[in-house]
Design a protein around this ligand. Structure first.
Ligand code: ADP
Length: 494
């Protein structure tokens, strides 16, 4: 490998070692894609329980202490060769639950200490030369790593600092006690540094001290500079607009490939999409107890897959349930999260007409693949969506996305006009308002598209022809690294 650029990514998740959502996918896939572009990209993350073991061979590099917490830096590699640094602090990370919450989904009470210490340890690791790796770029992802930026900002010799916002709604906000426990310098307790509404925000460390801020779609980059989407940080982001860019995430096109997907009963590509989807629909109908499709009179299958959180707008499906059951459709929901929303979906499933609604309240990776293949329409009524992945998986599987025109959804779904085939490149439906009327308008339009067999076929193929692989996004990241390095060189030579 000709390694012209050394980049260390730091994140609280990295697929396949630790993942709760899109962050894990990005922190696994982006460094791998950068390596195929010739960068020497590596990853740093906490050694959660079992992570070191799942890497196979790991080598201890050095041991340290911060905030009275002892930790060891370990080095290993993923199967594809991606080098991984693990911050092994058993007191903080060797726990039975997930990265942020215990087994009953309660956030750990010491998350400020866990990730504040991880960030300080990252800064120390890089300042000391990162065990001979000496990155030119330290790419920090989300609030769990953000405090590394202020720790490093004043260092005499430091890498360029890139900070990526995956979701501005999760900022790592804590109080004065956590600030003191972490031993943060007193001058950081100011609005120009970390202070935020009587507490402090880890996210602000990334926003105020990074050389470049990125987020996961151009539309979200614009939206977060407005009060409606800025979560109280829109003013700060607007002042840093010259250093803020949006780069859309890619997807793992090997795992999400209908021609090879191990979870499907029938593989298909764009030539065989009609028969392929029909076979998968039949199988999923029987798994979920939906009325099976019959020749000539098949109701389109609409699916929703996602977290049950306010962001995702699943409550709009509940609010529109009577109207939805009047439409010619079947609905399948695969979701988990907010217990109140789970109860409401359970209740609806108990009352809905037989064979029309299937609700699975679980996180089920296999069923997610099967539903994406079987569906005619995938609905995403997200109130905001930094990037979103499901709408890209859907298009790759010939499923027409019906999405709220926001964030990454607006950037990755091309509006189908249903007009003349020659001029048409669209692959989905975008609706303007994340409310019941907007949702119903979008679904009615999607159902009209499905009712026209030729149009449906064309939209399926147009979606499947689109390129959502990581290579284009990784190229954009690489270019932005190069730009930041050259502007730092220019300013230091002034
Ligand atoms: P976010 O990170 O905000 O949850 P993304 O769309 O970026 O949303 O990524 C979510 C990922 O998790 C997608 O791959 C989606 O398919 C998957 N997912 C969400 N909920 C479920 C579920 N209940 N079962 C299976 N997969 C799910």
């Amino acid at each position: 490998m000709t390694s012209d650029l050394r980049v260390l990514h730091a994140a609280a998740e990295c697929f396949p070692l630790a993942k709760t959502g899109g962050l894990g996918d990005v922190a696994g896939a982006l460094p791998a894609a950068l390596r195929t572009l010739g960068c020497d990209a590596r990853v740093a993350l906490p050694a959660y329980r079992g992570v070191a073991r799942s890497l196979g061979r790991v080598e201890p590099l050095s041991s340290h202490e911060i905030n009275g917490i002892r930790y060891t830096v370990l080095r290993g590699a993923l199967a594809d060769g991606l080098p991984v640094y693990l911050f092994d602090a058993p007191l903080l990370f060797d726990r039975a639950g997930g990265p942020y919450a215990d087994e009953s989904q309660q956030p750990y009470a010491d998350n400020a200490l866990r990730f504040g210490t991880f960030s300080a340890a990252l800064a120390a690791f890089v300042a000391q030369g990162a065990a001979g790796f000496d990155p030119q770029i330290l790419h920090l992802h989300d609030w769990q790593t953000a405090l590394a930026a202020p720790w490093l900002a004043a260092a005499p010799r430091r890498p360029a600092l890139i900070f990526t916002i995956h979701n501005l709604a999760y900022q790592g906000q804590f109080g004065r006690e956590a600030f003191e426990t972490l031993g943060l310098p007193l001058e950081w307790w100011s609005p120009e540094a970390l202070e935020f509404w009587g507490g402090f925000s880890c996210m602000k460390g990334g926003l105020n001290y990074a050389d470049l801020i990125t987020t996961v779609s151009p539309t979200y980059a614009r939206e977060i500079q407005t009060p409606a989407f800025g979560c109280g940080l829109d003013g700060l982001l607007a002042t840093r607009a010259d250093r803020l860019i949006g780069i859309v995430n890619g997807i793992d096109t090997a795992i999400w490939n209908p021609a090879t997907d191990l979870h499907l009963v029938r593989h298909y590509d764009s030539r065989t999409v009609e028969a392929g989807k029909q076979a998968n629909r039949l199988a999923v109908s029987s798994t979920l107890g939906l009325t099976p499709p019959t020749r000539g009179q098949t109701l389109p299958l609409v699916v929703f897959i996602g977290r049950l959180a306010d962001q995702k707008g699943a409550d709009l499906l509940l609010a529109a349930q009577d109207e939805l059951m009047q439409l010619p459709l079947q609905l399948a929901v695969l979701a988990s999260g907010d217990p109140k929303l789970e109860a409401a979906f359970r209740d609806w499933a108990g009352r809905a007409p037989a064979g029309r609604l299937a609700v699975r309240l679980a996180h089920d990776e296999v069923l997610a693949h099967q539903l994406t293949a079987a569906a005619d329409l995938l609905v995403m009524p997200s109130r905001f969506e930094p990037c979103g992945l499901n709408q890209m998986y859907a298009q790759r599987y010939g499923t027409i996305p019906v999405v709220h025109r926001t964030g990454g959804l607006a950037d990755t779904v091309v509006e189908a006009r249903g007009g003349s085939p020659a001029a048409e490149e669209g692959s989905g439906v975008l609706f303007d308002h994340a409310d019941v009327d907007g949702l119903l308008w979008g679904l009615r339009r999607g159902l009209e598209f499905c009712a026209d067999q030729q149009l449906r076929k064309r939209l399926r193929r147009q979606g499947m022809a689109r390129d959502f692989s990581w290579s284009a996004s990784a190229q954009q990241y690489r270019e932005s690294y190069t730009r930041v390095l050259s502007s730092r060189r220019d300013s230091s030579s002034c």
